[in-house]
Design a binder for this molecule. Structure first.
Ligand code: GTB
Length: 219
């Protein structure tokens, strides 16, 4: 049965690939599975029908057969459990990849979301200028560790896996901070991931939504 995900009808990033449905689209493309997309407006996301799928009124959600899920990490785990190709078969390698999926959302993403909130929601506060360097340094703290761990490796732990999908997409949202450029090996890792045909197809599909909605992608 084809899964259905939800995505922004009009994404705030205008198709730049930053909304989190990108993670699911990319995972489906990696394993060659078709998926349906139901676009929702901001108002619809807060209605009971959508909150029945995601109590927090957010996208993306995932429906397949009788199962409805939210949280990108959990959804990708479900996709990976149902189809080969996203997680290693060897138990220890699989456990490590899952660990990196958790690290992506709980350890790496947190300071990046904090940065975006500071930039988008708090820039008019009197203390914004004073706070921003601390917020950015918290991202650097994570990137220092990631950069050291990654070294010259192609992917975060062995072969490409769902861990790379999660990590790369999380880190992409730090691009506007300029911090990524401080880490050549992380930048190269992200570029490698973005060069994957599956990423390109997922990106094109998300951009097509913005194009159809009449919004344009920022430069
Ligand atoms: N932990 C959840 C998960 O991983 O699934 C987080 C889900 C989430 O934050 N969803 C966001 C959402 O629904 C969309 S992706 N927000 C609306 C709301 O909370 O009311 C976040 C996002 C928003 C905007 C941009 N952008 O403009 O670049 C990028 C990403």
């Amino acid at each position: 049965m084809t899964a259905t995900i939800t995505a922004f009808a009009t994404s705030p990033d205008r198709g730049a690939g930053l909304a989190r449905d990108m993670r699911l689209r990319w995972a489906f493309e990696e394993i060659g599975q078709p998926y349906d997309v139901r676009l929702v407006s901001f108002a619809e996301m807060k209605q009971p029908a959508h909150r029945a799928l995601n109590p927090f009124g957010q996208i993306p959600t995932y429906e397949e057969g009788g199962l409805a899920l939210f949280e990108t990490g959990s959804i990708i785990m479900q996709i990976a459990r149902s189809h080969p190709g996203l997680l290693p078969d060897e138990p220890n390698a699989r456990a490590r990849a899952i660990t990196w999926m958790f690290a992506a959302v709980s350890t790496v993403e947190q300071p990046i979301v904090e940065y975006q909130n500071a930039k988008l929601l708090e820039s008019n506060k009197s203390w914004a200028g004073e706070r921003m360097p601390m917020v950015k340094d918290r991202i650097r703290d994570r990137f220092n560790a990631l950069s050291a761990y990654l070294g010259d490796a192609e992917w975060i732990d062995g072969d490409f896996s769902a861990a790379d999908i999660m990590l790369v997409h999380v880190m992409l949202r730090a691009r506007s901070s300029g911090i990524l450029e401080e880490y050549p090996n992380i930048s190269a890792y992200i570029a490698r991931a973005q060069a994957r045909p599956a990423y390109q197809r997922a990106f094109a599909a998300q951009l097509a939504v913005a194009t159809a909605a009449g919004t344009t992608q920022p430069a």
